[in-house]
Ligand binder design. Structure first.
Ligand code: ADP
Ligand code: MG
Length: 398
């Protein structure tokens, strides 16, 4: 696989003209272990790491966690995986520490690097199958298919319920480790590579990149409050070791009217986002597809033949698309059991107004597709479209 090539050599990247060569220190080689590259399962985990794993697991078992990690990390699976390391030197602890420290997680596991999905597949696969509702361990994610963007409609043509619509995907850039393993110089390198790519975007996508470091608190908070910028200090990401060197190498790109945005080095290397007022999912999706295609002309994204686009969190694998509306549904919201029942039936996920792990404010919910893996991009958008239309039907009482 692509990352094997990097194990024994310094990372070398060509700049955009293909002339200059840049050498990157190979911080991931620090725990290089030929045995573990072969996935022999023999220990290169230090006694201290093993101790932390054992202690963490014991206390996790005593918690009342309802996470998927708690459901699937049985003693047998734990014992099988606790000695293993990935080719980048990540252990099981690197993947589960957030779940151990936050028993209230829904999922509780992150891939410390791309190889984690292979080496720790005994825990990732059942969690992936459960989250992505039916994506079996023998299934392959389909090829990319954005479908006919002009066929996607407006979920709320009368504008009665939907405040705004957003479609985003996560992308990881080939040659760079995930957040817990990426070095500061790699963060900077990736950021400048992306600045160059983004500065070339055409037409409606044209915009400006704003680095997080040096941004005033006030500007940052305004962007967060307006739902354009990622928030800071997410405890789930922090305990997954995903916020190292913050705010270095992080930033946001957006076009003039903030309908096309790219987050650099937040949870994933890239989040590509299209956002606008109202319920016109078709227009939002069309801009999103245009943006992803333009960026992909210049950047190679990591893709796994079975799992699709690789992302830090297993919930984002596959298409890595989350299509959401901010919606006011007061009648349904007064009966959360009913709302949850409909959401489950149509594979929708309900979040609060400021995103994951937040509460709804003023009755505004963020409702999106839950599944991203095992169906095409177009099918994801269709699933979300039909789910939201049904939800609105119930709210109307028709
Ligand atoms: P993601 O899955 O993209 O990481 P989060 O739940 O972390 O999403 O939310 C990121 C930001 O996107 C938050 O500010 C959230 O309010 C905003 N957001 C999500 N969906 C919408 C939407 N339909 N309209 C406006 N803002 C949205
Ligand atoms: Mg997020």
């Amino acid at each position: 696989m692509y990352f094997r090539e990097f194990i024994n050599f310094p990372l070398v990247f060509r700049n955009r003209t293909g002339r200059g060569l840049l050498q990157i220190p190979v911080n991931m080689a620090k725990a290089k272990c030929h045995r573990c590259e072969e996935k022999c399962g023999k220990s290169k985990v230090t006694p201290e790491e093993l101790h932390r794993l054992e202690v963490g697991y014991k206390s996790f078992l005593r918690s009342d966690s309802k996470s998927l990690l708690r459901k699937y990390l049985t003693k047998d699976v734990f014992d099988k995986l606790k000695y293993k390391k990935t080719a980048f030197g990540s252990s099981l602890l690197d993947c589960v520490q957030s779940g151990f420290q936050n028993p209230d997680s829904n999922v509780g596991i992150y891939a410390a690097d791309a190889d984690s999905y292979v080496v720790f597949s005994d825990i990732f696969n059942p969690i992936i199958q459960d989250y992505h509702v039916g994506f079996k361990q023998t299934d392959n994610h389909p090829a990319l298919d954005f479908g006919c963007v002009d066929k996607v409609g407006n979920v709320d043509p009368k504008g009665d319920y939907v405040i705004s619509t957003r479609v985003r995907c996560g992308r990881s850039v080939e040659g760079y480790p995930f957040a817990p393993s990426i070095s500061q110089s790699q963060l900077w390198e990736l950021e400048s590579k992306m600045m160059a790519v983004l500065s070339d975007l055409p037409g409606e996508l044209k915009g400006t990149y704003y680095p997080l470091s040096g941004m005033t608190r006030e500007v940052q908070q305004n962007l967060i409050d307006d739902h354009f910028l990622f928030k800071e200090g997410d405890r789930f990401l922090q305990s997954a070791n995903a916020c190292r060197f913050w705010p270095e190498g992080r930033g946001i790109y957006h076009n003039a009217n903030k309908t096309f945005l790219v987050w650099v080095n937040e949870e994933d290397h890239l989040r590509i986002i299209s956002l606008q007022k109202g319920g016109d999912l078709g227009a939002t999706y069309k801009r999103f597809v245009m943006g992803v295609n333009e960026i992909e002309k210049k950047v190679r994204f990591m893709r796994h033949e079975r799992l699709g686009y690789l992302t830090f969190c297993p919930t984002n694998l596959g298409t890595a698309i989350r299509a959401s509306v901010h919606i006011k549904i007061p009648k349904l919201a007064s009966n959360m059991n009913k709302l949850n029942e409909i959401a489950e039936k149509y594979h929708l996920q309900i979040r609060g107004t400021s995103g994951e792990h937040t509460e709804a404010q003023g009755g505004v919910y963020d409702i999106s597709n839950k599944r991203r893996l095992g169906l095409t991009e177009y099918e994801v958008i269709q699933e979300m479209y039909h789910g939201i239309v049904e939800l609105i039907k119930h709210e109307r009482g028709s």
